[in-house]
Design a protein around this ligand. Structure first.
Ligand SMILES: Nc1nc2c(ncn2[C@@H]2O[C@H](COP(=O)(O)OP(=O)(O)OP(=O)(O)O)[C@@H](O)[C@H]2O)c(=O)[nH]1
Ligand SMILES: [Mg+2]
Length: 472
């Protein structure tokens, strides 16, 4: 080893032995090796960082709002617009849900109107028909005219009770079980019907359960095929029941307002009941399936930014379930809130003492105030614009239910503007300045308007996610 002399410092020192020099060299070599390993680790970390940057970010989105606000319908829209192949691939699974929506509505009508299955004896008929209108059979108009025809109709539609039970079981439906067929067969007037909670409730994973796999080998799959054949055989009678004047009058007499989606499937009963039926996009968007708990849905984008994944958390909107939402507030990029504007004149199904609109406003306020969502972007959908319009056109006055709206025009655009101002003021008051708010007026079953709106929402989600990724 050559000696170096620098300002009197000599290296290695003259006193160093050969052994010392060897050990120093060994140490130097070890240090060089350690540095080489460290550099390699740094290089790999940097490579990974670059790779992460290149990889499409994953967005986490939370759907919130009261029950029936349209959260799951909005999720279907996201799927339709950004993962259409996956959306259409699920059409067959939706058929069972749509059939359950239809038969549930039919069975409810038959049950509510107390159409006996057997001709009443003179004595029992006098008791039945002399009762008050809420307990009389169908409507007063049917007493003399077509009650025999309705009775025959009911007899022919009775297999739909069994179909409802099978579809319930098939989809692992939770919630109130349908009235037993034996009770139905007795055909006796029971207590006056409550405005029902007809919502179809299923557990997650139902889509796999609802598919018919061919060739059909198990009893379950044959069973599902049987239900389709029964519904097909009942098609004309379902159409006749729904078209019957006395049935319509009976529903009006009992103040039974079937929900929009049930009316839609009854109006389309002939098409929906056909053995060749494949659900259309609108059918799928209209199908009502109540969410249970909090469901996670992963959307692999196909049309834009292919390869990215959006994870949606779709919650059950009932009041009793809202405490379960909080753990999902943390760590989401955007919170999407749906406020159904048409619900101003109704109360909550789960608590008839609470006005639905007030509940939505209060829910929005508490979400805006949530510290757990401090970093999330807020996207607000003022939904059910079409139903708001329809209601106002039927003569219902918004100001009768919202007194501060007095003396203002009873039209949907103006009322939507009121919602917009009111909800953004709540947000502004409750929310830190940094939290962004994007507002859209929507009709979640209108694919054309949703397409335009979702294009804008997609940009918001991408920007939000990229910003959050950059912060990491
Ligand atoms: N006419 C009309 N119907 C809508 C609209 N949005 C949703 N719906 C219907 O309203 C019903 C309820 O919608 P969902 O999406 O199931 O409601 P949700 O908020 O997920 O309700 P939960 O799961 O109970 O919390 C469905 O039958 C939808 O088709 C809308 O803008 N207009
Ligand atoms: Mg839902």
């Amino acid at each position: 080893m050559p000696r170096t002399e620098d300002k009197g410092n000599e290296w290695p020192p003259r006193s160093a032995t050969e052994a010392d020099i060897d050990s120093w060299e060994e140490r130097l070599e070890e240090e060089r090796e350690a540095k080489r390993v460290n550099d390699e680790i740094d290089r790999l970390i940097e490579l990974e960082r670059q790779e992460l940057k290149k990889r499409k970010p994953q967005a986490k989105l939370l759907l919130l709002g009261q029950s029936e606000a349209g959260k799951s319908t909005l999720l279907k829209n996201f799927q339709l617009h950004f993962a259409p192949k996956a959306f259409h691939a699920e059409a067959e699974a939706w058929r069972a849900v749509i059939h359950l929506n239809l038969v549930r509505a039919v069975n409810f009508i038959l049950e509510s109107l107390h159409i006996p299955t057997q001709a009443p004896s003179p004595a029992s008929s006098s008791v039945s028909y002399r009762s008050t209108s809420s307990l009389s059979t169908v409507s007063s108009g049917s007493r003399h005219g077509n009650s025999d025809a309705l009775r025959a109709l009911r007899m022919r539609l009775s297999p739909l009770r069994q179909v409802e039970l099978i579809l319930h079981r098939r989809l692992s439906v939770e919630g109130p079980s349908p009235t037993s067929p034996r009770e139905q067969e007795r055909g006796q007037p029971s207590a006056p019907p409550r405005q029902p909670d007809l919502a179809v409730k299923v557990r997650s994973g139902w889509k796999a359960l609802a598919r018919i796999r061919r060739p059909t080998s198990s009893t379950n799959q044959d069973e599902l095929q049987d239900t389709r054949q029964i519904i097909d055989a009942c098609a004309d009678d379902i159409v006749a029941l729904w078209a019957d004047e006395s049935v319509q009058a009976g529903l009006r007499e009992r103040k039974i307002d079937l929900e929009d989606h049930y009316i839609f499937f009854l109006d389309n009963a002939s098409r929906v009941s056909s053995l060749r039926y494949i659900p259309s996009t609108e059918d799928i968007l209209r199908a009502r399936l109540q969410t249970i708990g909090v469901e996670e849905h992963r959307l692999a984008l196909e049309t834009v930014d292919a390869g990215s994944e959006w994870i949606f958390y779709d919650v059950e909107g009932c009041r009793g379930q809202r405490a379960a939402w909080a753990p999902f507030f943390d760590d989401v990029n955007a919170m999407i809130f749906l406020c159904p504007m048409s619900n101003f004149d109704v109360t909550l199904k789960e608590d008839p003492t609470i006005n639905s609109l007030l509940d939505s406003f209060n829910l929005w306020k508490s979400i805006c105030e949530s510290k757990l969502l401090a970093d999330a972007t807020f996207i607000l959908f003022l939904n059910k614009m079409d139903l708001l319009n329809k209601k106002l056109k039927s003569g219902v006055k918004f100001s009768d239910y919202v007194s501060v709206y007095k003396d203002q025009p009873n039209d949907a655009e103006n009322i939507a503007l009121y919602f917009r101002r009111k909800l953004s003021a709540v947000h502004k008051h409750a929310s830190p300045k940094a939290r962004a708010l994007h507002i859209h007026m929507t009709c979640a079953i209108d694919t054309k308007t949703m397409s335009t709106i979702l294009k804008r929402v997609k940009d918001v989600i991408l920007i939000t996610t990229l910003k959050d990724t950059a912060m990491i």
